[in-house]
Design a protein around this ligand. Structure first.
Ligand code: HEC
Ligand code: HEC
Length: 264
């Protein structure tokens, strides 16, 4: 063998080694690109969104982390918040249910402990824990939705728990469907899409967004109507009030007849 024949395979090997190194580098580059495209949106710790960073601080400061876990993973004291979405946070914190203070059958509605801006930051943080969950709904224009239709939908979907006029009612095991008198239009929508506690989730296939707005308009208008007069009869509707009138009238007639009869 001559030195030149020795050098040739040596150069070829180096070239081959260089080529495979290049392939490995290109493959690594592609993998990195693929990963950044597919990986879940930047974890909260590495997020540079100021709302998310502020929300993470609030999550610790308002003791959410002490029950739901540092990364919202849940535990013995509270369910996981991964993938619940912004509407659930806005509803739970906006109605004062969270942060929960005492363990009872059900988290009660209270005065919220956070400002709207803080709730927005908290929701932004919780959204980074995992994808999914409904966004905070837009209820503009609900006043234009069909109230009568909303009333009919309310009676079929909500009245069995919340009563015909949204006054609320008892459920089993110390749980209850609360009165809807204080809920804002946004909170009514959020309750439907998040289904807190025993309440079912009403997805867009069960009730379309327009149907939800009609229900909201009904709940808001049944509440703002003043009782037409006399004692409130639970506003079950004009039929029952007429019926009550007839019964009282009949009673008076019977009484009068008996009185006349006893004198004869
Ligand atoms: C003392 C423990 C405790 C604390 C503190 C607490 N939670 Fe909760 N959280 C619970 C429990 C228990 C539930 C489930 C009970 C229920 O839904 O009524 C819950 C439910 C929730 C839900 C509903 C989850 C779903 O699946 O829809 C959200 C959202 C939530 N908490 C957010 C928060 C946030 C945000 C904070 C801090 C501001 C917080 N929680 C503080 C115990 C706690
Ligand atoms: C199976 C019974 C049930 C049905 C049906 C039901 N809900 Fe509820 N709802 C509940 C319970 C229980 C809660 C309380 C959840 C909690 O405190 O975590 C609730 C809470 C709410 C709240 C929050 C009230 C507040 O002021 O904090 C609203 C708003 C609401 N429901 C609206 C509706 C509407 C609208 C419908 C019909 C589309 C409906 N619900 C159907 C059981 C029900």
């Amino acid at each position: 063998m001559t030195s030149s024949t020795l050098a040739a395979p040596g150069a070829g090997g180096r070239r081959r080694r260089l080529a495979s190194a290049a392939i490995v580098l290109v493959a690594l580059g592609l993998l990195t690109l693929l990963y950044s495209a597919l990986a879940p949106r930047g974890s909260a710790a590495s997020s540079s969104d100021p709302d998310v960073i502020a929300g993470r601080d609030l999550f610790v400061k308002f003791s959410c982390a002490s029950c739901h876990g540092m990364n919202g993973e849940g535990g013995q004291r509270a369910p996981s918040l991964i993938g619940v979405g912004p509407a659930a946070v806005d509803f739970q914190v906006g109605t004062g249910r969270m942060p929960l203070q005492h363990h009872s059958a059900q988290a009660p509605r209270k005065r919220p402990v956070m400002t709207e801006a803080q709730i927005h930051q908290l929701a932004a943080y919780v959204a980074t824990l995992g994808p999914g969950g409904p966004p905070v709904p837009d209820v503009t224009g609900y006043q234009n939705a069909d109230v009568a239709f909303g009333g009919a939908l309310f009676r079929t979907n909500c009245a069995q728990c919340h009563n015909f006029v949204g006054a609320g009612g008892e459920l089993t095991y110390g749980k209850y469907a609360p009165s809807l008198a204080e809920a804002t239009p946004t909170q009514i929508y959020e309750a439907m899409v998040t289904g807190p506690e025993n309440m079912p989730v009403f997805g867009d296939k069960t009730l379309t967004p327009d149907q939800k707005l009609a229900i909201i308009n009904y709940v808001k208008s049944v509440r703002s109507q003043a009782d037409p007069g006399g004692e409130g009869l639970g506003r079950i509707g004009p039929v029952s009030e007429t019926l009550a009138g007839i019964l009282v009238g009949l009673g008076l007639c019977v009484g009068a007849a008996l009185w006349v009869g006893s004198r004869a």
